[in-house]
Design a protein around this ligand. Structure first.
Ligand code: FAD
Length: 370
């Protein structure tokens, strides 16, 4: 008899939901994280009374009532609607691409006028079988939208020329022929009142947790503690990189405290131009309609990744997918380890998708039908 049923490695959303659900069913869990806090990438740090999204701005959105009801058990949500702006060549535009954007770009007032311009530019600059991201974008939205909002931003994001990036990075570029700046199409959206830590604390209430514990530094001892392991760290690290290292894109966040109430009037402003090394400025207080006398902003700089940096975005090319498949095969041979979450599955997931995948995993294990 081991002390715990589950050792959960990683106190992000996947691990926290898993531990919560299993604890509810009288399983004994220990949750560890190598960071000095719980919550993984949704963790917020309070500064000047403002919740600062430490690992990048997080806006909760879902179309799934089950997931919405699930998170609402732990926090109420405010009515924040994400409506980012884009600064391009000295002018501000509304996003996502909609009638406001087209009015600002071309002065068009009706959907017919805007659509005519886009169709004309797609016909003129697009190609039947786009070979790279630039050709893909031109074929989807034409020259003006591509050059004003996509080219330089994307090149900063990936550190490569748009003509050297694969076309599949951009599958669709939705354009909206209504005056609607709501970035998401989902039915439910908001920021948890009290911040994301409220949800994590709710999920992990009454569960044993340990921070500053790296699984790999005490592997044998930790493995001896529990019947099963739930692993939400990097899958290549679990197997000691035996099939090679998976690659990521990283980010650097530079925070600034300003002694003014309102810096940019919006939570998210994208900086398209290559003359700015950062891609966006986040003003955190606006996620919660904050009225503090000071404000904290974060400049987000895309960066090359190396193992000393945070792994933010998987780089989904054939090479990495091949390496990942090798690890996946290995992972399926281990009956006492459950792999889940964005790092163990080498996949970009939104929060609602991670919660759904953790709930599904629990149901699979318990043999519960949805
Ligand atoms: P994580 O939160 O990364 O948790 C994994 C945990 O495991 C980490 O805490 C890590 O420290 C720990 N760990 C790893 N290895 C070890 C080890 N060896 N020992 C101990 N602990 C270990 N989603 C949205 O829905 N809306 C958004 O607006 C949004 N914005 C985002 C912005 C950015 C910049 C990024 C990168 C992501 C964004 N997401 C957003 C996605 C969201 O962050 C993820 O869906 C979610 O955080 C994933 O949870 P997770 O548990 O899989 O991973």
């Amino acid at each position: 008899e081991k002390e715990y049923d589950y050792l959960v490695v990683g106190a992000g959303l996947f691990g926290s939901v898993f531990a919560h659900e299993m604890t509810k069913r009288s399983k004994k869990c220990l949750v560890i994280d190598k960071r000095n806090h719980l919550g993984g990438n949704v963790y917020c740090e309070e500064k000047e009374g403002i919740n600062v999204h430490k690992y990048g701005a997080h806006i909760f959105h879902t179309n799934d009532k089950r997931i919405w009801d699930y998170v609402n058990q732990f926090a109420s949500f405010n009515n924040y609607i994400n409506s980012p702006l884009s600064l391009s060549k000295g002018k501000l535009y509304n996003l996502p691409f909609n009638m406001n954007t087209f009015y600002q770009l071309w002065g068009t007032q009706t959907p017919q006028e805007a659509k005519a311009i886009i169709d004309e530019q797609v016909a003129k600059y697009g190609t039947k079988s786009p070979k790279n991201l630039e050709e893909q974008a031109l074929s989807l939205v034409g020259k003006d939208i591509y050059e004003t909002f996509i080219k330089e931003y994307t090149e900063k994001q990936w550190g490569k020329k748009a003509t050297e990036l694969p076309a599949f990075i951009i599958k669709r570029l939705p354009v909206r022929y209504t005056y609607n700046n709501n970035y998401f199409n989902d039915r439910y959206q908001g920021i948890p009142i009290g911040g994301y830590n409220t949800i994590i604390n709710g999920l992990l209430k009454g569960i044993e947790t340990k921070t500053n514990v790296d699984f790999f530094k005490e592997r044998e001892q930790l493995e001896g503690l529990a019947d099963k392991i739930v692993y939400t760290g990097k899958i290549d690290e679990f197997f000691d990189y035996k099939h090679g290292q998976l690659e990521y894109r990283s980010l650097r966040f530079e925070n600034e405290l300003h002694a003014i109430e309102n810096y940019q009037g919006n939570a998210v402003v994208n900086y398209n131009d290559s003359s700015f090394a950062f891609t966006r400025i986040i003003e955190h207080k606006h996620f919660e309609f904050g009225k503090q006398s000071k404000t904290i902003i974060t400049k987000e700089y895309p960066e090359a990744w190396d193992p000393s940096k945070e792994a933010y975005y998987p780089i989904n090319n054939d090479k990495n997918q091949g390496v990942y498949q090798e690890y996946k095969k290995e992972s399926q041979k281990l009956s006492n380890v459950i792999f889940g979450g964005r790092l163990a599955e080498y996949r970009y997931y939104d929060m609602h998708q991670i919660i759904a995948s953790s709930l599904t995993k629990v149901e699979e294990i318990l043999g519960i039908e949805k």
